[in-house]
Design a protein around this ligand. Sequence first.
Ligand code: ADP
Length: 405
Amino acid sequence: MKVLVLNSGSSSIKYQFIETSTYSVLAKGQVERIGMDDAILTHVREDGDTVKISGEILDHNIAIEYVIAILLSKNHGVIKDKSEIEAVGHRVVHGGETFSDSVLITDEVIEKIRENIELAPLHNPHNLRGILACKRLLPDTPQVAVFDTAFHQKMPEYAFIYGLPYELYKKYKIRRYGFHGTSHRYVSKRASEILGLPIEQLRIITAHLGNGCSMSAVKFGVSIDTTMGFTPLEGLLMGTRSGDLDPAVILYIMSKEGLTMSEINALLNKHSGLLGISGVSSDMREIISEMKNGNQRAKLAFEVFCYRIKKYIGAYAAAMGGVDAIVFTAGIGENSPDVRKKVCEGLEFLGIKIDDEKNDSPEKEKIITTDDSKVKVLVIPTNEELVIALDTAEIVSKSKVMAEK
Ligand code: ADP
């Protein structure tokens, strides 16, 4: 099935057009600076043909119109008729407690996504805009929503309830949700395939380390705990986010510095993390290169980053009663042997033996532990778009079968 995968943000839309039977990305690209008169559409076809178009794109509707037009274009396109877009799969950030799986989009689903806007005010409205634009532009094409939170919805209550008055959970749905679920789901499944063992028998710790970072304890195929919480601010140290923090610190900073709600929000989300500690950059490549040049604060940021991941490995091994595999993924996890080595240093007692040569090798997907290492450590490039496309194809095919019955 040919599926258009859309990731609609506030001012950008990323897309991939995927043939799910062969996993081929027929074309991909993005529209940036939506809302501006100098928006840019970058479109890359499977054969490498690349085109950049700049112009006024004022909203998501027009942006998606452009995406469809370029897919159809004579010179740069990959289809002859709109109907060749057999389905659309949308990344939706927050499914709240409503969605524990991907779903076919109906008016009722749209309403539920709208109800969850309060939980993800920076993401869900834009995801919804993408959905509504497709409904208008491709009225006969089925659409599926794939949620970042869904994979974590099977966490036990004791893992998702905070130590706050329980009424606040009931009243405002304040609890741990977790994010990056599509990525944790994909890499844990892929790890089981690479290891040749059923996922139902594996206890896997997944570390998604990009600009945003999170880990998940995947026991027998189910996420039983994850580091991000009510919002993506909790847990690991990230590019510009603080991660775990004594909540009293926030009150203290607010009173000392006289900060407003939006200022403290910006401090925690945009000026903390690797950037805040190092004063250098939020980009791990720059942190590592500064550290190697002797910059002590960059070194400290690197150490805090790796130490926290190590701590969660210990925590999640305990939570699952052991660990069989650890997976590193996303920008940092896939590309930084330094981070992987530092995280796993001293974990020999858990049965982890890193093979430096494998860790440094250029392969993208690999096992980086020695053959006799009890716990396998893997590097697996994440592929959220593929998961969205496959979920979409599966749900749409099933719904067609049901409709025929
Ligand atoms: P996003 O969360 O925005 O999708 P990515 O998954 O692309 O981000 O990850 C971005 C992070 O990956 C940045 O911190 C970047 O420095 C880091 N990164 C990319 N390549 C390397 C590399 N070779 N070594 C270390 N870090 C890298």
